[in-house]
Design a protein around this ligand. Structure first.
Ligand SMILES: Cc1cc2nc3c(=O)[nH]c(=O)nc-3n(C[C@H](O)[C@H](O)[C@H](O)COP(=O)(O)OP(=O)(O)OC[C@H]3O[C@@H](n4cnc5c(N)ncnc54)[C@H](O)[C@@H]3O)c2cc1C
Length: 389
């Protein structure tokens, strides 16, 4: 049987992450009549993704992270939510989407305006033996359920990637009573966000909390339960988790002929190269590049909801500090614009450090704070140039 189509003026949102649901909520706040259909490949539960790397610290199981079921959200917002439906193609000429239903059969649905909030995929780690090594990634609630089930008490976890997500998982796994060995080719953790002094403080803090760090090193081969590093040393592990970055999901948009670069390219109205199709969240590339964080996504959802309900509202972003959820060393970072010229100026002692990234003319462009200095973030953020003026 054919699915009932969305009315021609209806908004169809693909994705039930924070991007998709925040947009649905914001549109409904402004317009209680416009038909909204939200289609998602997953179960449609709302949850806070940042909690995935802080669940042990909060004493939460995967089930505790679910805030609302899809059915409850659908009735709260008076929207239609189609869970476990995969959108397979966008037929722009007919303004229709090809879907795969949960039973594997295909169907189509029409859209008036389409919003892609389809997120990003974890970057795969491929070396000799990696395909058979059972490497885990965690980028959504379904992944996290599988990951937590795979952990036995006091598992020895090999964590590949000491970026934001890797450091957070390292700290949280230690809190959960697991052993952690962290490997990253950069010379200090959060290598792309922190200057050396603060990165070294993070190393010391994670080490002090019980992690073993192999920095400036890469895993070059896996055998069952055994990883070999590029210096020949070997690490035994029970479970391995990789956190080496995300790749925005662009394939479907590209196949439909939309402009894509590092993400689905959108203008200040979050509009793709097709005026009937918009995008937000981890899948997009804005004028400031990909911004895979909550604060930009919330601003995008607000601006796009206004545009979709009749008030064209360009996206404006102030400087947006990112809080790194590492209780071993509270850290907040507001990176300078990509490619900005300048240097870090660091002050403070021990783990209580403040780093200011200053342009050649002395103007502040970014900052990083850790330990007791992390509390200065709000005041400093006000001095930083906006991400999108
Ligand atoms: C462990 C972790 C911790 C984090 N911590 C922080 C933090 O502390 N602060 C911060 O600012 N950011 C943090 N982030 C990043 C932040 O959570 C993300 O930027 C944000 O949640 C992305 O939301 P999204 O809606 O764009 O994508 P997602 O949440 O990935 O949602 C994508 C949705 O699209 C659906 N979908 C994809 N393709 C299809 C398809 N073809 N058909 C149908 N449905 C589809 C998926 O099923 C999913 O529902 C963290 C990320 C992780 C992984």
């Amino acid at each position: 049987m054919a699915e009932p189509s969305s009315p021609p003026d209806g908004i169809v949102i693909v994705g039930s992450g924070l991007g998709g649901y925040t947009l649905a909520r914001e549109v409904r706040r402004r317009d209680d009549a416009v038909p909204i259909t939200l289609i998602t490949a997953d179960g449609g539960e709302s949850y806070s993704k940042p909690m995935l790397s802080a669940a042990f610290a909060q004493g939460k199981s995967p089930a505790d992270l679910v805030q609302k079921t899809a059915a409850l959200i659908a009735s709260d917002l008076s929207i239609r939510v189609m869970t476990r439906h995969q959108v397979e193609a966008i037929h722009r000429d007919r303004q229709r989407l090809a879907l795969r239903r949960p039973d594997g059969t295909g169907t189509e649905i029409g859209y008036g305006r389409l919003v892609l909030a389809i997120g990003a995929d974890p970057r795969p780690y491929r070396v000799e033996g990696s395909a058979a090594a059972g490497l885990f990634t965690v980028n959504d609630l379904d992944d996290y359920i599988v990951w937590r089930e795979a952990l036995a008490p006091a598992s020895r976890v090999l964590l590949i990637g000491a970026g934001l997500i890797g450091c957070e998982f390292a700290n949280d796994l230690l809190t959960g009573g697991h052993g952690v060995t962290l490997v990253d080719p950069a010379p200090w953790p959060l290598g792309r966000l922190l200057p050396e002094e603060l990165g070294t403080a993070m190393s010391t803090a994670l080490g002090g909390a019980g992690a073993t760090l192999h920095l400036g090193r890469s895993v070059t081969a896996f055998a069952p339960g055994l990883a070999t590093l590029d210096d020949g040393s070997q690490i035994r592990f029970d479970r391995a988790l990789t956190a080496i970055g995300l790749v925005p999901r662009t394939a479907m948009a590209a196949a439909a002929g939309l402009a894509v670069a590092r993400g689905i390219v959108v203008d200040r109205l979050l509009r793709s190269s097709d005026p009937a199709i918009f995008a937000l969240g981890d899948c997009v590339e804005t004028a400031s590049g990909p911004l895979p964080y909550i604060a930009p996504l919330l601003a995008e959802a607000k601006a796009l909801a206004a545009t979709l309900t009749g008030t064209e509202t360009p996206l404006v972003l102030p400087a947006l500090p990112i809080v790194v959820k590492t209780p071993a060393l509270p850290t907040t970072v507001c990176p300078p614009p990509p490619g900005a010229e300048g240097h870090w100026r660091v002050e403070g002692e021990g783990g209580d450090l403040k780093a200011l990234f200053v342009a050649p003319d002395g103007g502040p462009l970014g900052f990083a704070l850790c330990g007791k200095r992390a509390g200065e973030a709000r005041a400093l953020a006000a001095l930083m140039p906006p991400l999108l003026p």
